[in-house]
Design a protein around this ligand. Sequence first.
Ligand SMILES: [Zn+2]
Length: 281
Amino acid sequence: MGLRDFFLTRITKVSSEPKKEIKENLWTKCVHCGEICYKQEVESLLNTCPICGFHFKISAMEKIKIIVDENSFEPINETLCSLDPLKFKDSKKYPERVKAAQKKTGLNDAFISGRALVDGMPVNIGALEFNFMGGSMGSAAGEAIARLVEDAVSRRCHVITISSSGGARMQESILSLMQMAKTAAALARLNESGLGHISVFTNPTTGGVTASYSMLGDINISEPGALIGFAGARVIKSTIRQELPPGFQTAEFVQNHGMVDLIVHRLELRKSVSDILNFFG
Ligand SMILES: [Zn+2]
């Protein structure tokens, strides 16, 4: 009897007992296959489903930790945060939205970046935190990405970026769109210096992030099943007035169309990144 079966029998046995006997946080339901999974098992698999392999959402910092050597991550540019030059207001003032996101995540803006080691090799690595205003790229995130890349050029190491984003930050309008050019220009300088960029797509990677630095990896890697696209499927469908092909904008679809090089399970990610870094030399 496997660990999961054992616990499934356990849950049947205790189900007649009062509800409070079942510890709520012991189990989790996979949103993809609907199976009830033992939470500890899911966690030991880096938050993936033991049945169907679905990748649960994790934080930007957890994604970084999966790849880098233990305790090797040293954050840089932590204090960068968005200003409000446009005095933007929708149902709430922009600075209020930023403040709420800062409180929720403990970060100053959406992009975490730093220096680290992968199998002893120095790298600069950064990730967008989806919980910070949908991982949107405004001036602060764009600046953090550009600085991360420039720091890599100055200390001669490769760059790893991990994306999870709804796109450019609409509250900063044109200023956020300018980050697309800025991050792309920084990566061009990295390329001219003979250094590599590994881009990792996690669910979802969309909009201005996909359309800028994310797609500019020398090697583009995606988590299985991740949504990768520019405009949303509904918008495209209503614009071109045609049915979209099955699996449209999934990692697998995008790979078949040549925009992603590898689809890698979270458990294999560190090894894949390490192999690529060795290949870069
Ligand atoms: Zn599942």
